[in-house]
Structure formats: C-alpha cells, structure tokens
Design a binder for this molecule. Structure first.
Ligand code: FAQ
Length: 322
C-alpha cells in the first residue's frame, strides 16, 4: 500500500475535502473522498476487523478450561463480543465500496494483515487475565483515539466497541488481581504470563514513528489522531501503576519514572521479532491462518443458505410488486 503511487485527484474536491477535515467534520460514505483515503481506510479497518476475528482464537482456547462456571460465562461473552466487533467493523469497511467477500479473501490469502499480538500462544489461565488487562488495555488506548477518527462509520463503531473493551479490560485485571493474591504457584503463573505478553503488547501499537510509513498520511487526514509512539507511551504510563498495585514486575529492568516529563521511560522493543511476526513467522501465525481457513470452508453451507434465503425473499418481493 505504502509503495502505491498517489492518484491524481480533482484539486477543487480535494481542497473541499481537506477543509471539511480542518473544520473537524466527519467524512461519510456518500461524501467524495480521495482514492488514497478510501484505500488507507480499507487497509486499516479491515486489518482491525480481521484482528478481532483472529483474536477470538487464543482466548477461545480457554473456554472449556476456565476454572469455574462464572469465569467460563464471562470468557464466552467476551469472545462473542470480539466476534461482534469484527462483524461491526467489516460492515463499516463495506461502506467504502468493497465487499465482504473481497475483504475475507484478502485476509485468507495473506494480503491483509491482522494484529501481531494474536500470534502468541495462550499457555495458562493467567494468559487470559493478562490478555484482558494488556491487550484489551492497549486496544482501548488505540481505539479511544480512533473514536475521533475522521471517517464517520469507523468513529461511531469505536465508541460502542470501546465500551465493551473497557469491560473486557476490567475482567482481565480482576483475574490478575485474584491470582496475585493466590498461592505461590498462581502468583508465579501470573508473573510468567506478564513476562510473555508485555513486549508483544507494546508491539501492538505498530513500528516507532520514524519507521511508520502510513502515519504521515493518516495523521494528515485525521484518520489517526495520535502517533504510534504517543499511544504506546500512554499505555505504558497507565499500566505501570496497575502492575505495581497487584505486585507484578514488568519485564523491563530499564523502566523508570521521569519526573520532568511525567512519563515512564521504557526499554527498546525487539523490532526484529515484530518483523518476524507481521511477516507470518510468529509462534502461531500458521496455526491461526489454518484455523481461519478451516472455519471459512466449514462455513460454506451457512453462506449458501443465507444466499438462497436472500434470493427467495427477493423473488417474493418481485412477485408481490408485480
Ligand atoms: N500487527 O505504517 P504503520 C484488539 C503493519 S484489536 C500487525 O505504522 P499504521 C481487540 C501495518 O499494517 C487490535 N501489523 O501502520 C481485541 C503496516 O503494514 P501494511 C487491532 C502491524 O496502519 C482484544 C506496517 O506494519 N487493532 O486487540 C502492526 O499506520 C482482545 C507499517 O505500520 C487495530 O487494528 C501490528 N501490531 O499503524 C480482540 C486498530 N502494527 O498494512 C480480541 C486499527 C503495524 O502497510 C482480544 N489500526 N503493522 O502492509 C491501527 O490503529 C493502525 O493500523 C496500527 C498500525 C497502529 C495498528
């Protein structure tokens, strides 16, 4: 995408579009928009939708093994919420003149990415708590910013999704709180999950600002309202005190509070690992894609039944109109 050449746009329409953004108005599906804006939104929104869908897999892995009925019901509801978010964002993306079939095809053939974080395995029950706390926590920081994005359907979707993500984060942190007061084995399990998920959670915000090819354009068009690094820092600043409150150690010996900037300084992210994961070579990339491809094949009959039903309804409507 970033290598694509800039299409020539009508300068008058482009000026009107940019003036609208300047006034803080949203762009709606029927409004004129530059082709690059449409393409960038499709890329980003579809990546987001795919992430929500793939994100069901690591947590779904624990539904049958949740420690009690209440935990099982909460986790089941959370995973269903993520499915809803995915479908909601797919619908928003379809307003940009692209079909669901095309979006899914881009994903299943590996043309479209999904969030790196979901390529890590969930090895213990503590991982479920830490995913709610870190991953949903990071998603909230990112999505609260996106609730003010310039594309109306995406912004409105984010408002609703953030409400649910807040609930998800609280349930995750509550799991962690309980484990932190548990037996030595439970505390060790929690610390191990924190150790494994901390750095991948920081990677969720994307490459550093100096290496983010899409940010310039997205910021100019107010799709993104903050940079990757600003949001990452916000997440760190929010999370460090939460870790202290439950007595877990974040796996970064360089973490230090800077009283002048009022931020927590943190260490260097392993960008080589990030590159490996986003190019398909993370610990679970192949497994995740295989699971989604299988789900797509298994769902063929559902799509066929829905299409047959829609055809029948349309035929009935034609008959009654005749
Ligand atoms: N993983 O130029 P930038 C959730 C790619 S939802 C994989 O900085 P941009 C809910 C990027 O696509 C989590 N790829 O890109 C939940 C680009 O490649 P491309 C998902 C990544 O778009 C919780 C290249 O690197 N949220 O967690 C990642 O300006 C619990 C260069 O990067 C969203 O998608 C990454 N982490 O900024 C569900 C939010 N980072 O496409 C279940 C919407 C970067 O040119 C359980 N998206 N890349 O080939 C965004 O805010 C942005 O797209 C960023 C990336 C910030 C992710």
């Amino acid at each position: 995408m970033s290598a694509m050449t800039q299409p020539v746009e009508d300068p008058v329409k482009l000026a009107e579009f940019e003036a609208k953004l300047e006034r803080g108005e949203t762009i709606e599906p029927k409004d004129w928009m530059p082709e690059r804006y449409r393409k960038q939104l499709i890329r980003m929104m579809s990546q987001h939708a795919h992430s929500e869908i793939v994100g069901m897999l690591p947590e779904g892995n624990w539904i049958t093994r949740a420690p009690n009925l209440r935990r099982k019901m909460v986790l089941l509801a959370k995973v269903q919420d993520e499915a809803g978010h995915g479908l909601y964002i797919y619908c928003g993306t379809e307003t940009l003149d692209i079909s669901r079939e095309e979006l899914v095809e881009q994903f299943l053939t590996g043309k479209a990415k999904y969030s790196s974080i979901f390529n890590y395995p969930t090895l213990t029950w503590a991982d479920i708590g830490v995913i709610g706390w870190f991953v949903d926590g990071a998603a909230i920081v990112n999505q609260t910013m996106l609730a003010k994005t310039s594309y109306g359907p995406y912004a409105r979707a984010m408002v609703r999704i953030c409400k649910e993500e807040n609930f998800h984060k609280r349930q995750g942190y509550e799991i962690c709180t309980v484990l932190s007061k548990g037996t030595p084995a439970q505390r060790e399990m929690l610390q191990d999950a924190v150790n494994r998920f901390w750095w991948p959670s920081l990677m969720m915000f994307g490459p550093s600002d100096t290496n983010s090819p899409n940010s310039g354009e997205l910021l100019r068009w107010r799709v993104k309202r903050e940079t990757n690094d600003v949001l990452r820092q916000r997440f760190v600043d929010l999370t460090v005190p939460q870790a202290m409150a439950i007595g877990v150690t974040l796996p970064d010996p360089t973490l230090a509070y800077d009283a002048e900037s009022r931020h927590w300084n943190f260490g260097e992210i392993d960008w080589a690992e990030f590159q490996q994961v986003i190019t398909g070579n993370g610990p679970c990339n192949r497994e995740r894609m295989a699971a989604r491809r299988k789900a797509h094949v298994d769902g063929t009959w559902v799509r066929e039944a829905a299409a047959a039903h829609a055809e029948k309804q349309a035929a009935r409507a034609r008959e009654s109109a005749a």
